[in-house]
Ligand binder design. Structure first.
Ligand SMILES: [Zn+2]
Length: 170
């Protein structure tokens, strides 16, 4: 009588995953869907780490997060003061993960590197008092005459300086 195949260990993965990848494609990550939560991080620390107005993260349980490919390309930076850990692709510079000591079981992954939905919409805003004053927060935009596809915000204050030479910038 044939032996029954041993029962496989219980599958820990959920039915649906969301995959993320860095700009050069060397590193591929995966989380189980739905993520725990998603949030906008307006802190100065994340602004500098990403080089943009604010970072939007998807938080996942570490137990539901996997590195699929490119582990050798991942570099970690531990902030000795804040005790936060950030990782990025050493080949292309894309931020990959952000870990904070206050939530040790969670890993935060930039929403922008996911190729599909993560099961959570970013509805939370953290560290708003640190928000950069140049962040676009939905002010009215108007098309810039003569430059299709370029929208322009009205100046917030009366400009005392001359406009920059747009022909050289755009
Ligand atoms: Zn890369």
């Amino acid at each position: 009588m044939a032996k029954k195949p041993a029962k496989a260990a219980p599958e820990k993965r959920s039915a649906v995953q969301a995959q993320a990848a860095c700009a050069c494609g060397a590193v591929r990550l995966e989380i189980d869907v739905p993520a725990v939560w998603a949030w906008h991080d307006h802190s100065a620390e994340s602004r500098r780490a990403h080089g943009c107005a604010y970072a939007t993260y998807v938080g996942s349980w570490k137990s539901r997060f996997r590195i699929l490919q490119g582990k050798a390309h991942i570099t970690r930076y531990e902030d000795p003061e804040r005790k936060t850990v950030r990782s990025f692709c050493a080949r292309c510079g894309t931020p990959l993960t952000y870990e904070r000591p206050r939530s040790p079981k969670i890993v935060n992954i930039p929403r922008g590197i996911f190729r599909s939905r993560t099961g959570r919409e970013p509805r939370y805003h953290m560290y708003l008092p640190e928000q950069a004053d140049w962040t676009w927060t939905g002010e009215a935009l108007a098309p810039l005459k003569g430059y299709p596809g370029v929208m322009r915000e009205r100046p917030r204050k009366k400009a005392r300086t001359l406009e920059p030479p747009l022909d050289e910038l755009l």
